[in-house]
Design a protein around this ligand. Sequence first.
Ligand code: ATP
Ligand code: MG
Length: 303
Amino acid sequence: MTQSNHPLEKWQTPAIKDRNQRITERPKALEINALEKSFEHKGKTNKVLDGIDFTAYKREFVCVVGPSGCGKSTLARLIAGLETKEAGEIYVENKAVVEPGPDRGMVFQSYSLFPWMSVKENVMFGLTQSGMSKNSAETEALQWIDLVGLEKFSEAYPHQLSGGMKQRVAIIRALANQPKVLLMDEPFAALDPQNRLRMQQYLLEIWQNIDITIFFITHDLDEAIYLADRILVLDANPGRVHEVVNVPLPRPREEDTMLSPEFMATKEYLESLVHPPQPELDFEEKLSMVRLVPVNAEVPDIF
Ligand SMILES: Nc1ncnc2c1ncn2[C@@H]1O[C@H](COP(=O)(O)OP(=O)(O)OP(=O)(O)O)[C@@H](O)[C@H]1O
Ligand SMILES: [Mg+2]
């Protein structure tokens, strides 16, 4: 598809194009070259990621979408250094990834806090691990906790917090270690819609104020459009880059951004990429194949 007949071209205003251009002129924060990954399953090799190329620039917000099983989590785990790659390269600020390191922070869907530690101890953990004194770590942890409005809960334990509060702690615990790239794998998927929106707004506010590049995996297209500068769309079996979509929305993003025609157009386009139209199901035919309880004639028909 050429640039001029791309379905989103009409929304790519000069200001949006200029912004995207300036992002790609920044230094590279994350570079993925010809990345390959397979898993063995029951004696068969299953190619999960097949030749992934992608670059995220400093302070960019990238979202990743794609069908279930296309390898999004595997990609995040490879970047985190938690999986070994089969071929290709990953660099974070020009340093090759070979193992987990403090330059990458991770926040998962499942709350990854240590349940036996208080909020404050959870946030202090990485700081003391990297050699900070207990006193300084405590002062710094309390500042982070204050930033996300959890000062009354610094001595609480994870089981005493709501889902949204736990994720706020998980985010600041990752950020306190000053990573260059924050990897987030469906971090808000378990939250109800209202809390989810609040967390998205929190995250945008934090991101706008600190030097961090965010690589955010989600199934929720609204979430991806609302948050991202660019959206990496992956195909499944094997996972490949289908397209990198420039989100044609200015910043800052407000709640009613989601009602704008450019938002709707982006969503419709992404839906066509991620959930291509399915052939019509022959419902009557399929119905005749399952075992059903016949309609009781005594119950009045309401259809
Ligand atoms: N440790 C493993 N061993 C074997 N196969 C694995 C392993 N981890 C992932 N896979 C397989 O790799 C494929 C991609 O999995 P992955 O979890 O990365 O997908 P995903 O895109 O994150 O899916 P979802 O959207 O459902 O979270 C799947 O087929 C999965 O079964
Ligand atoms: Mg996943």
